[in-house]
Design a protein around this ligand. Structure first.
Ligand code: TUI
Length: 315
């Protein structure tokens, strides 16, 4: 059995979080992960405030275990969502793509555990100062919005820089990833890409097929020109986006308009050509769809075996 202080802190069985993936992480996936003993997260980006509220209420009906909400801080509705999660009695929040400074006092005052996703030591130190409960250190192997540093170097540097628990994210999709993260000093992991193919994940079948057939170098980061780098599976959309952003004669607005709605096209329509199929580099490790419970239990069982065998290298 793999356990850490984050389990006691949040009341969960396994130290495995499911990433709050925009347009993807709904009550179906989050409740399946929480029922399996991990921490399920609902994404607050695909809808307006009322839709997210409904998703939270649905999740409460589907699980009696703890679950959380991910707040993407570039979301235009963020102020209203920040207030709504307090009203709904959400117990855990993760934040991403920015600094949660403005909301920390209200959230902590409401007794919410706040776990920001960060991609650098400087931001980790700042959110610790603001009272964060724990930190998710996300390396650039991750899918979606990414920073610059890889998980292997980011996690131990953040572990050394802060006193609160650190979870590792980015490139983790199996027991080897979980065991490695624990060795790096993390108290758990957050995984997104491996849950894309969970049976309870409601994305279009074409999205799942693309993840299952992806090889090691099938992802690309686009959007650096705007300071919003995003990792997704390569296709016609990412090729055209990359060509446009490398072309100085194309203005920013044209590219932004081109990208607008592309994640929804992937998730809802399965548009293989023009959808943005956000996924991490771990996609190449994922070969099979199964229930979220099986994904988590296999990951934990394999990590346990690996950690037990660690002494083989010591002479
Ligand atoms: O947030 C993510 N990943 C995401 S959000 C998202 S939504 C979206 N994005 C583009 C198009 C359509 C939808 C998709 N993927 N990960 C968490 C994360 N946060 N990674 C890096 C950071 C981060 C970066 C800078 C956190 C804080 C930060 O602070 C810098 C500062 O000073 O503001």
């Amino acid at each position: 059995m793999i356990k850490s202080e984050i389990c006691d802190l949040l009341g969960i069985k396994y130290p495995v979080f499911q990433g709050g993936m925009a347009w993807i992480s709904d009550a179906s996936l989050a409740s399946a992960v929480s029922n399996a003993g991990g921490l399920g997260l609902i994404s607050a980006i695909n809808y307006g405030v009322d839709e997210v509220r409904q998703e939270i209420r649905k999740c409460k009906k589907l699980t009696d275990k703890p679950f959380g909400v991910n707040i993407m801080l570039m979301n235009p509705f963020v102020d209203d969502i920040a207030q709504m999660v307090i009203e709904e009695g959400v117990s855990v929040l993760t934040t991403g793509a920015g600094m949660p400074s403005k909301y920390m006092k209200d959230w902590l005052g409401a007794g919410i555990k706040v776990i920001p996703v960060v991609a650098s030591v400087a931001v980790a130190k700042r959110v610790e100062m603001m009272g964060a409960t724990a930190i998710i250190a996300e390396g650039s192997e991750a899918g979606g919005h990414v920073g610059n540093l890889n998980t292997l170097v980011l996690v131990p540097q953040i572990v050394d820089a802060v006193s609160i628990p650190v979870l590792a994210a980015g490139g983790i999709a199996d027991g080897r990833g979980l065991a490695s993260a624990l060795i790096l000093g993390a108290k758990g992991v957050q995984c997104g890409t491996c849950f894309l193919v969970a049976n309870e994940c409601t994305i279009h079948e074409n999205y799942k097929k693309k993840v299952l057939s992806a090889r090691d170098s099938d992802t690309i980061v686009t959007g650096k020109r705007f300071g919003h780098p995003v990792r997704a599976l390569k296709n016609q959309f990412t090729k055209q986006f990359a060509d446009m952003e490398n072309d100085n004669t194309v203005d920013d607005k044209t590219i932004m308009d081109f990208g607008s709605g592309s994640l929804r096209k992937a998730v809802k329509d399965g548009d293989e050509k023009m959808g943005s199929f956000m996924a991490g580099q771990a996609a190449g490790l994922i070969c099979e769809s199964k229930p979220a419970k099986d994904i988590i239990e296999l990951m934990v069982k394999d990590a346990e075996e690996l950690l037990r065998k660690g002494h083989q290298f010591i002479y």
